[in-house]
Write a protein that binds this ligand. Structure first.
Ligand code: HEM
Length: 111
């Protein structure tokens, strides 16, 4: 089955309780129906609606059960260019973070 590809901006439009998508590890989930049943509560999912939620998901240490449930709500994948696993993008982000060191932050305040 071909999976649908989404841009991050497209997922961001599904940011409401009645229309709730999340990104976890470059995969897109439609949790509109599941949110009410979520053992961690509906509110937390609404808070992350339309957003990248990988760290939040991993930090909780979700069980294998949770990982099985999420497969049911999978609706697609992030387009290759915007994936976190995209090596080119990782390099660009490294560059970005190294150029915003404490020194360049201070420098930019003065010059
Ligand atoms: C597809 C996405 C998700 C599924 C299927 C899911 C499913 C579950 C399940 C089954 C549990 C019960 C505990 C367990 O089995 O691990 C749980 C707990 C929880 N989840 Fe999620 N979850 C999802 C996404 C998220 C996200 C994105 C967050 C945070 C922003 C979150 C926050 C929590 C919290 C706070 C708990 C309660 C943990 C506790 O009581 O100790 N969940 N979730």
């Amino acid at each position: 089955m071909a999976t649908k590809e989404f841009t991050i901006a497209e997922v961001a439009e599904h940011n409401k309780r009645e229309d709730l998508y999340l990104i976890i590890k470059d995969e897109v989930y439609d949790l509109t129906k599941f949110a009410q049943e979520h053992p961690g509560g509906e509110e937390i999912l609404v808070e992350y609606a339309g957003k990248e939620s990988t760290e939040a998901f991993d930090d909780i240490g979700h069980s294998q059960d949770a990982k099985d449930i999420m497969k049911k709500y999978h609706v697609g994948t992030i387009v290759e260019d915007e994936r976190r696993s995209n090596k080119k993008k990782q390099k660009e982000e490294q560059k970005k973070s190294s150029s915003s060191s404490w020194f360049s932050n201070i420098k930019s305040k003065f010059f």
